[in-house]
Design a protein around this ligand. Structure first.
Ligand code: SF4
Length: 687
């Protein structure tokens, strides 16, 4: 047994699923994962959820890509890495020569490491010469970042998970935290039980946290901005605002107060459906609470007014003095393990690492000097603009890394049509995804357990992951692949290890100046911004806000109704979200048999009223049709949804909800309005 014990390897890693960023040790013997042991993770202590603990079988799935594949007619044939690199050099060279560097575009991955996100944007900018790079935060959290950048400075959680835990009042708006951020939700549940923390939930669907809430409000879809502004107006009108804080710390008070004028209780009731009594109770409770944290996610951001609603949340926190103190602040909950890091490390069309703007000549000059090149001046295309540019014949080649674009972007049929028009599409992933079917070249990548690097969780915490397993077959860590491509194009990169990349990031990025692998060893972590001496920032804005004059600013707004409302034909509102057991389209979780058994196929929740009206019960199949596509799905009658609202988990490749979602986007950020979808439901004959 001693022999057996010696073969067991324990490796510290960070969960590959959600943005809570649980860290733990993984016990392996050869390629077998024996167990996951949380010991003392800074974000999770000794907890994990079902995904972190059990959803790792995908690592050894027979579906893993293990060699580069090249399209030949309707099939794919294996080729060597050398041939793959030659093909890239040839195709990119030709396209760049004929159409210029902006005919190429890059999609980075929120599942990859920070170092990989940094290298992807460096490849796009330094080697190819374009700012056309984006990542999937465009599908989820860019509106939240925008709301916070407008008002307080950093597009990120203003404090830590421990602040949420210690707040006297937590408000969750449009986030199904018990399923999407399970370990974080557990900390709220514990606080509610043992510390008397109050919980208010605002959602159109009665999910688990809504059931646990002290107060649950169900506004009409796409009207959060209205009740948030109504609460702010009531607080202001009844002298409940923290005016000393406002005068000292917040600009534009007069303009903001004026912008709230339309949001009377009568108006709010009419638009949101919330009674005036509910509004008064809500406003009084928020105003009276000593410390408030507001948490939100895609129920807020995936609307045409996603950035504006996020801004309203921050405005309300400023008016009630809920910044700058422990137990207060704004918490957009990041979905993927590293969606925060993908943006932090520069995979966006307008910024380098640390949100340094590409159109700032001084910043560009710094990168040009370090990288020895001339960099493009103008902001590049975001995800949505890339699809439009393909349709317009301007974008000819794309390199998509670690993302199933077809099923994650809205209006899947339209996105598929676009990708088919490309002259050359590279898809790099661990499994053969739906998007791979559209590729000209498929590159096999390694998942988190097969590489070194760092991730950033929802609370800006940078954590180290270590290689537990060797890459399977000929798959390689993404950073290795990026370097091979760069060097085939003549770049001369020489990174021996991801830590070399971090040295460069720290040198060029003020908010990461003190980030080093030594300071991240084992379970150690750092929350950015990190000063050169290694001092990090669990709670932002203790001395000033991150805007030019050190003060925050109110951001006055005008409410604009949703882009798509129910009509005579498309008479039902379709909402979508996550399931606890699965992650995104299930590329990893559906390849874990135990997990697949719990929730084998997709379903749509139908309210008891609607089910009675249409004469259907749980288990019946229906067809949902929108102007953009249709899916066939099983009914689950549930009182979690009400009236003519439907809810469908997004975790399905077979019947993806994004065949139904349209191309409307958030006005400020182009994030698709996934949550503004109207459908028609046809009951299918019983089988
Ligand atoms: Fe992983 Fe999130 Fe679950 Fe933690 S809560 S184990 S980070 S999926």
């Amino acid at each position: 047994s001693e022999m057996r014990h010696q073969r067991v390897k324990r490796t510290k890693t960070v969960c590959t699923y959600c943005g809570v960023g649980c860290s733990f040790e993984v016990w392996t013997r050869d390629r077998h994962i024996l167990k996951i042991e949380p010991t003392h993770g800074p974000a999770n202590g000794i907890s994990t959820c079902v995904k972190g603990k059990f959803a790792w079988d995908f690592i050894n799935s027979p579906d893993r890509l293990t060699q580069p594949l090249m399209r030949q007619g309707d099939t794919f044939v294996p080729i060597t890495w050398d041939a793959a690199l030659d093909l890239i050099a040839e195709k990119w060279g030709k396209i760049k020569e004929e159409h210029g560097p902006d005919a190429l575009a890059f999609i980075a991955s929120s599942k990859c490491t920070n170092e990989e996100s940094y290298l992807m944007q460096k490849l796009a900018r330094q080697v190819v010469g374009t700012n056309n790079i984006d990542n999937c935060s465009r599908y989820c959290q860019t509106p939240a970042s925008m709301g916070l950048q407008r008002t307080v400075g950093y597009g990120a959680d203003s404090g830590s998970i421990s602040d949420i835990e210690m707040a006297s009042l937590v408000i969750i708006v449009g986030a199904n935290s018990a399923e999407s951020h399970p370990v974080l939700a557990t900390r709220i549940k514990r606080s509610q039980k043992h510390r008397g923390q109050r919980l208010i939930v605002a959602d159109i669907r009665k999910h688990e946290m809504a059931e646990r809430a002290d107060m649950f409000i169900q506004p009409n879809p796409s009207t959060d901005e209205v009740w948030l502004s109504g609460v702010a107006k009531y607080i202001l009108d009844h002298n409940l605002a923290k005016m000393a804080f406002v005068h000292k710390w917040v600009n534009k008070f007069e303009e903001y107060a004026k912008s709230l004028e339309p949001f009377t209780l009568e108006y709010v009731e009419q638009v949101t459906g919330l009674s005036q009594d509910t509004m008064i109770t809500l406003a009084n409770e928020i105003a009276a609470a000593p410390t408030v944290c507001i948490l939100w996610a895609m129920g807020v951001t995936q609307h045409c007014g996603g950035a504006d609603t996020s801004t309203c949340i921050s405005n309300l926190l400023l008016l009630t003095g809920n910044y700058m103190r422990p137990g207060t602040g704004a918490y957009p909950l990041r979905g993927h393990n590293n969606v925060q890091g993908a943006s932090d490390f520069g995979s966006m069309p307008n910024i380098f690492s640390g949100y340094q703007k590409v159109d700032d000549a001084e910043i560009r000059g710094k990168f040009e000097a370090d990288w020895g090149c001339t960099l493009p001046v103008n902001k590049g295309l975001d995800n949505r603009e890339m699809i439009e540019a393909i349709h317009a014949g301007k974008l000819k080649a794309m390199y998509i890394k670690g993302e199933d674009t077809i099923t994650s972007d809205s209006n899947a049929n339209d996105v598929g049509e676009a990708l088919r028009k490309l002259d050359f599409l590279i898809v790099q992933d661990i499994n053969f995804s739906v998007t791979c079917e559209y590729a000209d070249l498929i590159l096999p990548a390694s998942p988190s357990l097969e590489k070194d690097g760092t991730f950033v969780n929802t609370e800006r915490r940078i954590q180290r992951l270590y290689k537990a397993l060797e890459p399977l077959g000929e798959s390689k860590p993404d950073w290795v692949i990026l370097q091979m491509i760069a060097n085939r194009l003549g770049a001369g990169w020489d990174y021996k290890h991801p830590s070399d990349v971090m040295v460069e990031v720290a040198r060029l990025t003020p908010s990461m100046a003190g980030v080093t692998y030594e300071r991240l060893e084992g379970f150690k972590s750092l929350q950015w911004p990190v000063a050169k001496d290694g001092t990090d920032t669990p709670l932002c804005y203790t001395e000033k806000f991150a805007l030019p004059d050190g003060k925050a600013t109110f951001w006055p707004l005008v409410y604009v109704p949703p882009s798509e409302e129910v009509s005579a034909k498309y008479d039902l509102h379709l909402n979508n979200g996550r399931l606890l057991e699965h992650f995104e389209q299930g590329s990893m979780t559906y390849r874990s048999p135990g997990i697949k058994e719990i929730t084998p196929e997709n379903f749509v929740e139908v309210s008891p009223e609607l089910a009675a009206e249409r004469g259907i019960a749980t288990g019946r199949y229906v067809q949902l049709t929108s102007p953009y596509g249709r899916v066939r799905v099983q009914v689950l009658v549930s009182d979690r949804v009400k009236g003519k609202q439907l809810y469908m988990p997004l975790n399905s490749v077979a019947e993806p909800v994004n065949k139904l979602t349209g191309s409307h986007t958030d006005r400020a950020t182009h994030t698709p309005a996934f949550k503004e979808t109207s459908v028609e439901m046809t009951v299918l004959p019983e089988m």
